[in-house]
Design a binder for this molecule. Structure first.
Ligand SMILES: [Zn+2]
Length: 245
């Protein structure tokens, strides 16, 4: 795509293994776009690649944001947008053309089945979390431990200890941002495929388009971005089509 990390002096990668380093990966936009820190602690396995690409999506988004935008558009706004761009990069690691081209994995069906199951697990988990969190914030703490267990177990089919009913909660309904981002990502990826072809990730023209979107920071909500792409707003069908396929 012509996006060259080595030329981006404002994006700093910390991917070294160190004892006591927190295993949870994150991007810290210290100064947008001048100083972006990407931190990953490699654990081994496919998840390191998915995580690195997810965080790289955030880093490219913040690192490409125009420096002359007002601070609100550089730091604040609809986080579904940056999560959507993060998912867009993350799910390259579940794209058969990308796997063949960059990892040499020609027979990827078994891995793709696994990757899809893993994604479906996250979608069901976050849908269950959102319905639990809405109940928590509207009905209060009474019965909340039991409600947590029931919501998560009915969606996922394995045990969830009641004791996690407050630990496993995302502040400010961030859970909803992820769900919005999953829907947004599938819609944007469909546009990229239709415009630039199945191997859009190898096209400079796709890179230029992405850099244009990234340069806007979080000025627009995902619905506004999608209307610009010809959709009516968030539409779950592309995501469902992916999973059914
Ligand atoms: Zn993220």
């Amino acid at each position: 795509m012509g996006v060259n990390l080595e030329d981006q002096r404002n994006i700093h990668l910390d991917v070294a293994e160190r004892p006591k380093k927190d295993p949870r990966a994150f991007v810290s936009p210290v100064r947008v776009p001048a100083d972006i820190r990407l931190v990953v602690m490699p654990q081994g396995g496919h998840d390191d690649y998915a995580t690195l690409f997810h965080e790289a999506g955030h880093a490219e988004h913040f690192g490409t944001t125009r420096p002359d935008l007002p601070v609100e558009y550089r730091y604040l706004g609809d986080n579904s947008l940056t999560e959507g761009f993060a998912f867009l990069m993350e799910y390259l690691t579940g794209n058969p053309q990308w796997l063949a081209r960059f990892t040499g994995m020609k027979e990827s069906k078994t891995f793709l089945d696994f990757a899809s199951t893993y994604k479906l697990y996250f979608l069901r988990r976050y849908a269950a979390k959102l319905s639990y969190e809405i109940a928590l914030h509207s009905r209060g703490l009474d019965q909340a431990p039991l409600r947590y267990k029931e919501h998560l177990e009915s969606a996922l089919g394995f045990q969830h200890p009641e004791q996690h009913y407050l630990v496993d909660v995302d502040d400010g309904f961030y859970t909803a941002n992820y769900l919005r981002a999953w829907i947004f990502e599938a819609q944007v990826r469909r546009v990229l495929r239709e415009t630039f072809g199945e191997n859009w990730f190898e096209k400079r023209s796709a890179g230029i388009q992405l850099q244009k979107w990234w340069s806007l920071g979080q000025k627009f909500r995902v619905e506004e971005m999608l209307r610009d792409l010809g959709y009516g707003g968030l539409d779950i069908r592309p995501l469902l089509d992916d999973l059914l396929a």
